[in-house]
Design a protein around this ligand. Structure first.
Ligand code: ZN
Length: 155
């Protein structure tokens, strides 16, 4: 019988083999932001097209690296496309709280079912928490997206 660990592994493998929203977007209107994790050699390129109301109307991801970094980018793109920047930031905070990093002081403890409902496939990366060296792989795409939002605000 397949346990939860196996299921999570399957989800990560699926996103690694069939990455969602892989590709490029024309710039402009999209912005292009690169992220790099020197500890592992992961690269993520985020193309994000945000409309005037702050909604992420389209998003593509490029880059290369380990399965955790690429699967996380795929999951992120699927999760934030169509959402507002504000909603994407909330999801990023939830994701980091799940990995017990960032500002978790105000985070309420949540049970597995709630976490799955909030995080969807991203809950599969929860096991990364036990491997501190891989946390940067899992958060690279989110940090790159955050940088993309920041660069957009400077325009
Ligand atoms: Zn990595």
């Amino acid at each position: 019988m397949a346990g939860l660990e196996d299921l999570y592994k399957e989800i990560i493998i699926d996103h690694h083999r069939s990455p969602r929203n892989r590709g490029e977007l024309p710039t402009p209107p999209a912005t292009r932001t690169e992220g790099f994790n020197p500890l592992c050699g992961d690269e993520i390129v985020v193309y994000v097209d945000v409309d005037e109301s702050g909604t992420i109307v389209d998003m593509k991801v490029g880059g290369q690296g380990c399965s955790i970094s690429q699967a996380s980018a795929s999951m992120m793109s699927a999760a934030v496309k169509g959402k507002t920047m504000e909603e994407a930031r909330e999801l990023m905070a939830d994701f980091k709280a799940m990995l017990s990093i960032g500002d978790t002081a105000d985070a309420e403890p949540v049970d597995e079912a709630t976490q799955v409902r909030r995080m969807g496939d991203m809950v599969a990366l929860k096991g990364v928490m036990r491997f501190p060296a891989r946390i940067k792989c899992a958060t690279l795409s989110w940090n790159t997206l955050e940088q993309a939002f920041a660069e957009r605000a400077e325009d």
